[in-house]
Each structure stands twice: as C-alpha cells, then as structure tokens.
Write a new protein. Structure first.
Length: 475
C-alpha cells in the first residue's frame, strides 16, 4: 500500500520500487511502530482531530494488529513498500478508511526515527543485560584463579609475575566502560522525534512533549529538522557495539593463545569447541575465533553508516534508509556472540602448574632486583642498569636470576647483597604489589569485591530499565 501518489501520473517503475522497498528488513520495527501509533492516536484524540468513536475503532484495530503481528497472523505482502505502509494497509483492512486518519500530523520521517529509537533502546538494554552476564562469568573465573601465579605479558613477552585472576579481571573493567557508554547513550537517545513531521513540525496543534512522555522518552526534539535527520544515536550505538566486539575479540585472541599446544594453559569445554572434518584429533576454540572475527564485521557496519551520514544536507534524505540494516546486523551479531563467549569463559579450566612454572621464566623477576636497589638508596636509573647486567650475565652463563652466586651479584653492583634473593621469588614479587589496582592478593581481592558491587548495581539499574520499557510497550 503506497502512502503517496496523488500528484503522480504513473506508478514507480519496477526497478524503482525494488530499490525503494525496505519492508523485507524494516518489518522488525512493526511492534514499535504500532506502539508509537497508539501514542500518536491519543494526541490526535486529545486535540479533537479524531472523534472518540473513531479513536476507539482505530485503537481496537491497532491492538488487534499488535496481536496479529506478534503471532505472525499479519505480515507484509509483495505490494507493501515499508513497515509503515504495510501496517496502514493492515489497519484499514480491519476498520476501513477511518484508519487513514491516523496519518494526520506525522510523516514517515519522524515516524521511522521514533520507531528506530525505540527498537535501538530495547535492544541496547538487552545487550547491556548480556554484558552483565559475561561480567559475572569473568568475575567468577577471576575469583577461581585469584591465587594462581602466572607470567604477565607486554609485547607478547614475559614481563612480571601476576596472579592469573588479575589477568582475567581486566576484562570486567573493559565491559564496565561499555555499560557506562550504553548508559550515557540511553540518556542522549531519550529524545522523541515524533511530532517533527516531515521536517517543519505540525500545524495541527499537537503536543510532541505529551507523546514523548507516553513513549518513555525524557523530552521531544528541540528542533524538528534535527529530529528527522539525526542518526547520531545509530552511529553511537554502532560504535558502542564495535567496542564491545573489540573487547570480545581480545578475549578470543587470548583464549586462542592459551589453548595452543605450546601454551597448554586453557582447557576449553567440549561444549564450546568444535572438531575437524578430516583430522579426528582436533579440538578447535571456534567460539574464541568467531568472537575475534565478528569484530571486523561490527567495525565495518559502523564505518559504513558514518560514510553514509557524512554528506547529508538539510533534513531527511532517502540515504537514511541505509541506517537500519547495519544496526540490525550488528545487534543480531552481538547477541549471538555474547552468550557463546560467556559460556566459553564460564566452562574453561586452566592449568595452575603450567602457569606457575612459567611465571619466573623470561627473567620476569628482573624488576625485583631494580626495586631492591632502589630501597637500598640507589637511583632507579642505576638500579635498572644493574638489573639489566644481571640478566645479561644470566644469558651468558645459561642461568636464571636466582641461580646467580653472591659474588655474581656483588660484582654487578656492591649493594646487591645476598638479601636480594628474598626478592627473587614469584610469591614475593606478587605480594609486594599492594597498590590500588595492582596484582597482589590483597589488592586483587579489593578489585573483585568492587567489581561484584558495581556489576550488581548495574544489574539492578538495567533490570529496572528493561521492566520500564516493557511496561511502556504493553500500554
């Protein structure tokens, strides 16, 4: 059903209709379009533009459509251009021409912007809920290995000994930033475009602020042209999703490395692994690999939308039809990846003995020598130089740092007394890291306690917002 055409003498060419048709992908906006139509109907009735008896018929038709769309009883046909035309067809089929009265005071321009915001809010809240589930799995795994020594890495080389729980817990903080970004995004997105019309607002004396409140928004658009042309919320949602994807990709990369035969640290659950069609022995960490690979797709969707937006003049342009598929795809992709990665994290076990054995390798205790000298009053520049000479001496003799003799140490620097040996243990190196955020056991315990509290707070907040949105949609 076309929503325009009075001034045209010909119907669109088949190629034009095929190019313009969006109902194949924007049909997912139907529940949100119907809910915004109910809000618009109330304003039209309150303004006296639709009489009570007609409003009752329209509301009844809309509520029947809501049920029919939910069950699949009503769906688009080949002649429908988009979700809006399909639903107007469905409404008029139910209640007759009076259904067309609902079109007064709004345009597909403000209608689709409103629908897309409602869709995005609903699904970003679901993503936030899934992120919290992943955080809980990461916190549980970090707590499980909060006493397990392991080598820490920089540049993919052994750096300093750490507790493996500290390594796992770092991901919790990355996802906490993602939750912060979603929270900020929700605040900025809570502006209703409905009432902006095609671009200039409405001359029918409607009340956009009332409709905004009805739909759970904080306010209505302060500028109607911006109301119909703003897609910052799409681009920003795609950036947030891309960042979540990047954080998932980093987890995937680490799991892939830890699961190699060379490392042999991680034992990924069979339920989150796959095999080979030709090599019977293979057990591949495909969840980790897919998490790593999907990040590129998410970044690509963001880049595509930004490129589409960069040159759009004035108000609405049809280019904006290209905002939906990337957003829908990114949301669907992330909602597939998050539960799989959460399950992989929760069910992976790690080899404590291998990690502990690897912790002092690569001269990872060299910094302890430098710190020992600093405590003895040596400048760090001199201490760093001396520690480096100890490493060089070990390399020339084929020894580890703790295997150097007392004379070897004194020969490098007179302040390197035999007491330095007390610092050359993994346990001592880890325990000495007591500052906020450090890898020492006490510091890590505080981190995990704070992470539990922060995650719990966000879980309560997001749960409340999900319930509020669900209540709004059901009104």
């Amino acid at each position: 059903m076309a929503l325009w055409g009075g001034r045209f003498s010909e119907s669109p060419a088949d190629a034009v209709f095929a190019l313009s048709r969006s109902v194949d992908f924007d049909w997912c906006l139907a529940p949100y379009d119907l809910r915004s139509s109910l809000a618009h109907l109330r304003v039209l009735q309150n303004s006296g533009l639709i009489k009570s008896d007609a409003a009752k018929r329209i509301e009844g038709g809309l509520r029947d459509l809501i049920a029919d769309v939910a069950t699949g009883k009503f769906s688009p046909n080949a002649a429908d251009e988009d979700v809006h035309s399909a639903l107007e067809r469905g409404l008029t089929e139910k209640i007759g021409e009076v259904g067309g009265a609902l079109r007064a005071g709004r345009s597909r321009n403000d209608q689709v912007a409103t629908d897309l915001k409602l869709f995005a809010i609903d699904h970003m809240l679901d993503i936030a809920d899934q992120i919290i589930g992943l955080q809980e799995a990461l916190i549980a795994k970090a707590s499980e290995y909060s006493d397990a020594p392991a080598p820490g890495f920089t540049h993919m080389q052994h750096a300093q000994p750490i507790l493996f729980g500290h390594e796992i817990a770092k991901h919790v903080h990355a996802f906490a930033r993602d939750l912060d970004r979603i929270s900020d995004w929700l605040t900025r997105t809570s502006v209703s475009p409905l009432g902006s019309g095609a671009l200039a607002g409405s001359g029918l004396g409607l009340a956009p602020e009332v409709t905004a409140k009805d739909l759970g928004f904080s306010s209505s658009s302060a500028n109607s042209i911006d109301g119909v042309s703003d897609r910052d919320f799409v681009a920003e949602a795609l950036f947030i999703i891309s960042m979540v994807g990047v954080h998932l990709s980093r987890i995937g990369e680490e799991w892939c490395i830890w699961a190699t035969t060379e490392f042999g640290w991680a034992k990924v659950s069979d339920a989150y692994s796959t095999g080979s069609s030709i090599m019977p022995q293979k057990k591949n960490p495909d969840v980790a690999e897919l998490a790593r690979g999907k990040a590129g797709r998410l970044i690509g969707n963001l880049t595509g939308v930004l490129a589409m937006l960069k040159g759009l003049p004035f108000a609405y342009n049809r280019d904006l039809q290209e905002d939906k598929e990337p957003l829908f795809d990114s949301i669907d992709t992330l909602r597939l990846v998050l539960p799989a990665v959460t399950g992989m994290v929760a069910t992976t076990s790690f080899d404590r003995e291998k990690m502990a054995a690897a912790a002092p390798q690569g001269f990872s205790l060299a910094t302890e020598i430098a710190d020992f000298l600093v405590r003895a009053g040596v400048t760090f520049a001199q201490a760093h130089e001396a520690a480096g000479k100890c490493v060089a001496l070990c390399e020339s003799k084929g020894l580890q740092l703790h295997e150097l003799s007392d004379s070897d140490f004194v020969g490098v620097h007179p302040s390197l007394t035999s007491e330095v040996r007390t610092s050359l243990t993994v346990a001592g190196a880890i325990a000495s890291r007591k500052t906020i955020g450090a890898t020492g056991g006490a510091a890590l315990a505080v981190q995990l306690k704070d992470a539990v509290a922060e995650t719990k707070d966000y879980k309560t907040k997001i749960s409340t917002q999900i319930n509020n949105f669900s209540e709004m949609m059901s009104q």
